[in-house]
Design a protein around this ligand. Structure first.
Ligand code: NAI
Ligand code: MG
Length: 356
């Protein structure tokens, strides 16, 4: 089969890690008889430099015409002084919205060989961690009405948390479908003891649950969830939550695995077209130095194969190669520990391909 992939390398280490990810994808093509056609487009700082805006229309059009989008990372000190709507990150929010990607899937997994990388005590993670955080991505307070006004106490500012039934329903469905493919356990996280939007959220999730009798659904308040993630993370399988709570909890969940350079993400919507990217940023401190860990981006390629292209064996092959290369003792600097062999971005990519 032929697949059209839009590639958005972005800024900083983006181009370094994307280069390795594409070589992995080429090898998958060779081994399994697929051809991946890449079209590169600009997003973020590089788009500001070349087109004067973080998300040029041509980038949106290119993404829309493809089967999947692979993104490196955007941003850097060069663009930090620009106003909010002109910053590279505005391009990221913009492309998610333009493609209707309302669900963000972030696995937090501890690879056996990396157990000592977690900041948690060994006894807490002795049974491993394998959590999938599903965050609503195009609604809630990040997209609600905001503004400034005068008040008795001086200038005031407000943001609005709002969800409607259809927004909650579609993200809940992603939650239940994902739970069906995993441990059939779903934890919906909200703040229903205080927020009206959370009460509607809970009500709709309960309603959708009737279509999935096999899934064990529970609810947790977000403050407790933040606590439970460090107290007993093994109790979680799939976590379903709103945009802002998901932003915070998915960062927390990823850090308990100890390795920002290891974790991929997928943003998906109602069509097969999805956007795949590592969870880390553009790491300007190590850009262009052959130091970045390419594994998060390579695992994002595996998610792309699994969710957008339905190529499960191919995705499995990449994930297994990652396990194998870590078991063989090779590490990039960010995940190194005493006794392991430290390699650069390119060498790590090469080792992975050899294991495949
Ligand atoms: P960051 O994730 O870029 O870096 C945090 C730390 O982790 C740095 O010490 C960096 O060297 C290290 N690191 C990150 N990825 C790594 C990798 N693959 N291998 C080895 N080490 C890695 O976050 P930071 O420093 O807060 O932000 C830098 C820039 O990235 C900013 O402009 C920020 O706005 C942007 N950013 C972009 C994101 C995206 O494109 N999705 C997400 C987060 C930040
Ligand atoms: Mg965040």
């Amino acid at each position: 089969m032929n697949y059209k992939i839009t590639v958005l390398p972005g800024d900083g280490i983006g181009p370094d890690i994307i280069a390795e990810a594409l070589k992995v994808l080429d090898l998958i093509g060779e081994k399994y008889g697929h051809s991946f056609l890449y079209t590169e487009a600009d997003l973020g700082g590089i788009a500001l430099d070349r087109h004067g805006e973080p998300l040029p229309q041509v980038t949106v059009d290119t993404c829309k015409g493809s089967d999947a989008v692979l993104l490196g990372a955007v941003g850097g000190p060069k663009w930090d002084t620009l106003p909010g709507n002109k910053r590279p990150e505005a391009g990221l929010l913009g492309i998610r919205a333009a493609l209707g990607l309302y669900a963000n899937l972030r696995p937090a997994v501890i690879y056996g060989a990396l157990k000592d990388a977690s900041p948690l005590k060994t006894e807490i993670i002795s049974n491993g961690i394998d959590i999938m955080v599903i965050r609503e991505l195009t609604g809630g307070i990040y997209f609600g009405k905001r503004g400034r006004l005068d008040s008795e106490g001086g200038e005031a500012a407000f943001d609005t948390e709002m969800y409607n039934v259809s927004e909650i329903k579609r993200i809940a469905k992603v939650g239940f479908e994902t739970a069906m493919k995993r441990g059939k356990k779903l934890m919906s996280v909200d703040k229903a003891n205080v927020l009206e939007s959370s009460r509607l959220w809970r009500q709709v999730v309960e309603e959708v649950a009737k279509e999935y009798p096999e899934v064990a659904l529970s609810h947790m308040y977000v403050d407790n969830a933040a606590m439970q993630l460090v107290r007993n993370p093994a109790q979680f399988d799939v976590i379903l939550t709103s945009n802002i709570f998901g932003d915070i909890l998915s960062d927390e969940a990823s850090m308990i695995t100890g390795s920002i350079g290891m974790l991929p993400s997928a943003s998906v919507g109602s069509s097969k077209l999805g956007l795949y990217e590592p969870i880390h940023g553009s790491a300007p401190d190590i850009a262009g130095q052959d130091k970045a860990n390419p594994i998060a981006t390579i695992l994002s390629v595996a998610m792309m194969l699994r969710y957008s292209l339905d190529l499960t064996d191919e995705a499995d092959a990449i994930e297994k190669a990652v396990q194998d290369v870590l078991n063989s003792g090779y590490r990039t600097a960010d995940i190194a520990s005493p006794g392991t062999k430290v390699v650069g971005t390119k060498e790590m990519g090469k080792l992975l391909r050899e294991h495949m």
